[in-house]
Design a protein around this ligand. Structure first.
Ligand code: ADP
Length: 477
């Protein structure tokens, strides 16, 4: 049994902007089941203050130095089914409309990380392992090993750094190193934290952690290459022996078609075909699509960013609209893409439905109602949407990259194996070919399509195996 502190910028059930939050909400629960003592620390954002503050228990206050000023920290906590969540409160830094995307993000997350490290001595709580996630927490191991190295309690802790998405690196000006992080500028001069003319939180995490993990085995290999390495491939190659990939799971209680309160008709492996039809008709109605249980319905739930391969979808939209299928898209992000999908939506009522925005309930309905789920990502560290789709008997059509490759088995018309349809290269014609293969099986080989649905629903998407892999990593450390 180990004690582990998860440090992250977002986590369910409190706050979510993407898959990171799902992992922070579900992996600690799975580790707890394996006997570990797991705690989580998050920033206290405005949305949480508005919704949850009255449930939080006050713990203590202190200050940390940022830009040579003493900045106040309030700590709150809440127990969520045995996992203690700590919250770092500073209204100026975190009580804003969005989570990220501000000019002072570097300072905000420098503050967060400093506050976390100081919290340990205030609470006299020193876990065996600090498990940090993504760029927002990349300086924790660095500060711990540089600024606190003479304190045996800090020096004894081990550091795991998990990369959920290498594309977001937290690169900031060099001046932050001393003014915000309290680190010596030698670290820039020797290259340990340097990136171009500034510093990189992501690189620091990779350099200083005792063990680095990514969220799928394939992505762990891909990021060693120039194509996927985001200019950090050489740093990752240096730490190759400490790098591994562990596939994410999903929270099977939250994503459970048999009990999901958001969907029209609950279903399980036995009642899936009837259940999906009822959900499909309801979703078609909601989107103003032609109500037809027999037409193939393809869904997408995604951030609208270039990572997700939406350019391929736009390139092939003409063909997709001509094919015998309907498409629903739930997403928000890039303004240009939002406008492009809005325009398609207004001209193709009945065939294409677009909901611009973030909507949890609608996401559940899409996973439950569609026949196929399209995810043609340029790169995909793990991807949760395809795993949710598998659990809801919605066959993923995916590009073979990262976690998509590790979780979707391509349909083999001879052996009948498979849980979805895949294509290899980032190419819109290849994507369309995979969609056409799905259409052929859907309309011309209903027996195989149903078999694939059954196989998809059997795919193990729960955390147990991966949590065991994390356990082994903690033990190894
Ligand atoms: P990423 O973390 O790169 O955005 P993932 O597939 O790992 O992608 O996780 C995305 C998660 O966010 C899934 O649970 C998905 O259902 C959810 N999601 C993405 N966009 C939306 C949206 N617009 N509305 C509701 N849920 C969304």
């Amino acid at each position: 049994m180990k004690s582990i502190l998860f440090v992250a910028a977002e986590g369910l059930p409190f706050i979510k902007s993407g898959g990171l939050a799902d992992v922070i909400g579900s992996l600690p629960k799975a580790l707890l089941k394996q006997g570990h003592d797991v705690k989580v620390v998050l920033p206290l954002y405005k949305k949480m203050a508005e919704k949850n503050h009255q449930d939080f228990e006050y713990v203590c206050s202190y200050s940390v130095t940022i830009s040579y000023e003493e900045i106040n920290v309030n700590i709150y906590q809440q127990d969520v089914n045995g996992v203690i969540f700590y919250f770092i409160e500073n209204q100026t830094y975190f009580e804003r409309d969005e989570l990220y995307g501000y000019d002072d993000d570097g300072e905000r997350f420098a503050y967060f990380q400093k506050a976390v490290l100081e919290m340990l001595s205030r609470l006299d709580y020193f876990p065996d392992v600090m498990h940090c996630h993504d760029w927002h927490t990349g300086m924790i191991a660095t500060m711990c090993k540089e600024n606190y190295r003479h304190d045996a309690r800090y020096a004894a802790m081990k550091h795991v750094y998990t990369i959920h998405n290498l594309a977001y690196q937290g690169n900031f000006g060099k001046e932050m190193l001393h003014s915000c992080l309290g680190l010596n500028e030698d670290l820039f001069d020797c290259g340990a934290v340097r990136y171009d003319t500034g510093i990189s939180f992501m690189k620091s995490g990779i350099v200083y952690a005792d063990r680095i993990s990514t969220v799928s085995p394939t992505y762990a290999q891909e990021i060693l290459t120039t194509e996927y390495g985001e200019h950090l491939e050489h740093v990752l190659q240096m730490r190759y022996s400490e790098l591994g990939g562990i596939l994410n799971g999903i929270d099977i209680d939250e994503w459970n078609p048999a009990k999901d309160p958001e969907i029209t008709k609950n279903f399980n492996k036995v009642s899936v075909f009837k259940g999906k039809v009822e959900n499909k008709l309801a979703l078609q109605k909601r989107f103003g699509l032609e109500e037809d249980k027999d037409v193939m319905l393809v869904g997408m739930v995604t951030r609208l960013t270039s990572q997700k391969g939406l350019q391929l979808v736009l390139d092939q939209m003409g063909h997709m609209l001509k094919a015998n299928m309907q498409i629903v898209l739930l997403g928000s992000g890039d303004k240009g893409m939002e406008a492009a999908f809005d325009a398609i939506n207004s001209k193709n009522a009945g065939k294409f439905g677009f909901y611009r925005g973030y909507n949890e309930a609608l996401a559940h309905q899409i996973y439950a109602s569609c026949d196929c789920f399209l995810m043609p990502s340029k790169f995909e560290p793990c991807g949760l949407s395809q795993m949710i789709s598998l659990r809801y008997g919605t066959l993923p059509i995916v590009r073979e990259t990262g976690g998509l490759k590790d979780s979707v088995l391509p349909y083999n018309e001879f052996t009948k194996e498979g849980t979805g349809f895949t294509f290899t290269n980032y190419d819109s014609h290849e994507m369309m070919d995979a969609i056409n293969r799905a259409l052929c099986v859907y309309y011309d080989n209903k027996v195989d399509f149903k078999k694939l649905i059954k196989q998809a629903m059997k795919f193990d998407v729960c955390w147990d195996k991966s949590a065991q892999d994390y356990s082994n990593m903690y033990e190894y450390l």
